[in-house]
Design a protein around this ligand. Structure first.
Ligand code: GAR
Length: 193
């Protein structure tokens, strides 16, 4: 019988990467492993919560606004993760910097929409697009307590063509994210079809 392998996905907003992971992995068997996606949002109004629900999955919410500082929020997040006990923790559009309280106890990976170490932070797509470079890209890296720092696990380039607009470039970035992140997850969990 297949053993359940849980992937916790932390997110804050739209949740397109969360939904992509759900479609690709949730409830599916890969050899002797069956994958379960466990979404956690730090915003009670994140649209990704409804997306998960449409796939029959209840997202947990740990609302950062209910905590007086980063450490106490991180403590609550760690407790939630320890309850779920996932094999892998993925940050996909999780717009929070975590502290040592989190990183000392949880190994996580993060998706970022630039070729790190270039363009860290919340406006990476726009900054890449306006940089004058001919390529941008997408990174998956290990999480540490620095902003978009941590060991780079994989990257993919996205060309910035003459006729690209910020919106067309943004779409290409998201499409590439939807390819790269599941590939890294499958590799880390050693999932084979
Ligand atoms: C993604 O583009 C992700 O790379 C980015 O937020 C977006 C979330 O989209 N993350 C960061 O910028 C982290 N610094 P989604 O909610 O549709 O998955």
């Amino acid at each position: 019988m297949a053993r359940t392998v849980t992937v916790a996905v932390l997110f804050s907003g739209r949740g397109s990467n969360l939904e992509n992971l759900i479609k690709r992995f949730h409830g599916k068997e890969f050899g002797d492993k069956r994958v379960a996606i466990a979404p956690i949002s730090n915003r009670p109004d994140a649209p990704g919560i409804e997306l998960a629900k449409a796939h029959g999955i209840e997202a947990a919410v740990v609302d950062h606004k209910r905590f007086p500082n980063r450490e106490s929020f991180d403590e609550a997040l760690v407790s939630k993760l320890e309850e779920i006990s996932p094999e892998l923790v993925v940050m996909a559009g999780f717009m929070r910097i975590v502290t040592d309280t989190f990183t000392s106890r949880i190994d996580a990976i993060n998706l970022h929409p630039s070729l790190l170490p270039l363009f860290k932070g919340a406006n990476a797509i726009e900054e890449s697009f306006k940089s004058g470079m001919k390529v941008g890209g997408v990174t998956v890296h290990r999480v540490d307590s620095t902003l978009d720092g941590g060991e780079i696990l994989d990257q993919r380039c996205v060309r910035i063509e003459e006729d690209d607009t910020l919106e067309s470039f943004r779409e290409k970035i998201h499409k590439t994210e939807h390819e790269l992140l599941p590939d890294v997850v499958a590799k880390l969990l050693r999932l084979s079809e």
